[in-house]
Design a protein around this ligand. Structure first.
Ligand code: FE
Length: 277
């Protein structure tokens, strides 16, 4: 799969509680048709947000279906599940994001959970100036996103601003926050001083780029001469040690070894009365 990884790579290993951010976008089927055949996860949540194309998925807790443009899949692996994610192009295009959110030690072996949110169930806040905000999780003005009961108390917004628009979003103090700019360009607070990664043109952040915000109580964005579209994501850091190995993210090496042992022994998948819980 052809991916742009902006969190979870060499430049930015971990932005507690966010372990990984992948952006996939392509009109060449060779980039994505291999997909992700059946594979395990433990200790994390994966959030898939589609822009184009479709992904067929199924998992070991009985979910199966197809997610398409605008749909969101919020998958809590907890103590262990296996799933497959197989892209299906629509008019040859495929695009979207996958974010991994870490889980606290006390929930890492909890019951897996799956939330699928159709495009139509994700509220859209439209302003008179043409700004559009899709609220996947968290809050914009008085509008709440449909993804709930996630430990990291995440906010996940898809924001489109027309040229000249200003945008301010409150962020709880102490939460990690980032913006991933995937269309156009804009000014992002004092992003230039805050660990920005990507192409920089003066004070403008251009697609594709990740802006990591420092601590504060709000995020400010200004679309200058052209429109901008970005994901704005924040969440409460866990402040716990992590041990990661591919699709498993635990707190210690021993717990990773346990995951591998469970996989080999055929006891990986979470079950009621799971001895490890
Ligand atoms: Fe997966």
């Amino acid at each position: 799969m052809h991916l742009r990884r902006s969190i979870g790579g060499r430049d930015l290993d971990y932005l507690d509680p966010f372990l990984l951010l992948d952006h996939f976008e392509s009109d060449d089927p060779n980039d994505y048709l291999a997909g992700f055949p059946l594979h395990p996860h433990r200790g994390i949540e994966t959030v898939t947000y589609m822009l184009a194309g479709e992904v067929d998925h199924k998992d070991t807790i009985g979910n199966a279906g197809t997610i398409g443009p605008g749909d969101v899949q919020w998958m809590t692996a907890g103590g262990g599940l296996m799933h497959e994610e197989m892209p299906r192009p629509r008019e040859g295009k495929m695009g979207g994001f996958q974010l991994w959110v870490n889980m606290p030690a006390k929930l890492k072996l909890s019951r897996p959970r799956y939330q699928e949110l159709a495009d139509a169930s994700i509220p859209l806040v439209e302003r008179p100036d043409g700004a559009r905000v899709r609220v996947v999780a968290g809050r914009r003005d008085e509008v709440r996103g449909p993804v709930t009961e996630i430990y990291a108390d995440p906010e996940y917004l898809d924001v489109e601003l027309p040229a000249g628009a200003d945008f301010v979003q409150p962020v709880p103090r102490g939460h990690a926050a980032f913006a991933y700019v995937f269309r156009g360009e804009g000014e992002f607070g004092d992003a230039c001083d805050l660990g920005y990664r990507g192409d920089l043109d003066g004070s403008l952040i251009k697609a594709l780029g990740l802006v990591v915000f420092g601590d504060g109580d709000q995020v400010r964005v200004h679309a200058y001469k052209s429109p901008v579209r970005f994901l704005l994501v924040s969440g409460a850091p866990l402040g716990e040690p992590i041990a990661r190995y591919g699709p498993f993210v635990m707190n210690t090496r021993e717990e990773i070894e346990q995951a591998l042992d469970d996989l080999h022994a055929g006891t990986f998948i979470w079950e009621e009365g799971h001895p490890k819980e």
